[in-house]
Design a protein around this ligand. Sequence first.
Ligand SMILES: Nc1ncnc2c1ncn2[C@@H]1O[C@H](COP(=O)(O)OP(=O)(O)OP(=O)(O)O)[C@@H](O)[C@H]1O
Ligand SMILES: [Mg+2]
Length: 247
Amino acid sequence: MLKIEGLSKSFDGFMAVSNVSLDVKKGEIVAVIGPNGAGKSTLFNLISGVLKPDSGRIIFKGENIAGLPSHAICKKGLSRSFQIVNVFERMTVFENVQISIMAREKMNWNFFTPSSRVLIEETMQILASVGLTEKKDSVCGLLSHGDRKVLEIAVALGGNPEFLILDEPTAGMAPEETGRCIDLIKGLCDRFGLTILFCEHDMELVFAIASRIMVMTRGATLIQGSCDEVRGNQAVQDVYLGGSEVC
Ligand SMILES: Nc1ncnc2c1ncn2[C@@H]1O[C@H](COP(=O)(O)OP(=O)(O)OP(=O)(O)O)[C@@H](O)[C@H]1O
Ligand SMILES: [Mg+2]
């Protein structure tokens, strides 16, 4: 479904992503791991059109999307969430999801459109799928951090994606909230047939849901393989975990 070939991006001569290649098949959950500054978010920014690559190809469903703007990529079925929560603080949970659907449908939002009347069914379906139905009228600025991270996934779902990219879905979450996130991501894959590429520092989450893992360090791919292959790899233990055991 997604084939990345020789993708590179530098910032003022510093190679943040260096000749990265990766295949993701339909229905897979693939994790990208690596230490801080390894290039994970930059890779996701390149795939989702936030940044333009210097070189390389990003083939999504047979078409090279490298360099296209985010909205065009989203329209093709690829949505993403951000490492740092990115929602409208003063709007409600319902409105945040509704606006993302309106953006997809090219509908204008304005203060005179009674928001309670448009796209209610789809908005409520998405909120139900992530477990936020009861919080629908809460103002985002007052949500717990865990709920805000989940809302961001819901906002990404508003684009009706086939392929979802999640940048550290559990960043800053309390340990008890992590389990909820694991169930949520697995459910999205199982129930909606979504293909998911995510990066994460929480190894419990990575090993619980990833079918394959790519390890990055200093912008480049160290190895790609199954959870067991990554867990047992000495180079991963040396570079990523400073020699300690994975998990
Ligand atoms: N817009 C930018 N301008 C300059 N340098 C950048 C920019 N974005 C990222 N970098 C640099 O590129 C490198 C990779 O950053 P990136 O955010 O992709 O890492 P990461 O793997 O996501 O790290 P973390 O786990 O901390 O989120 C870092 O050294 C970072 O400082
Ligand atoms: Mg990052």
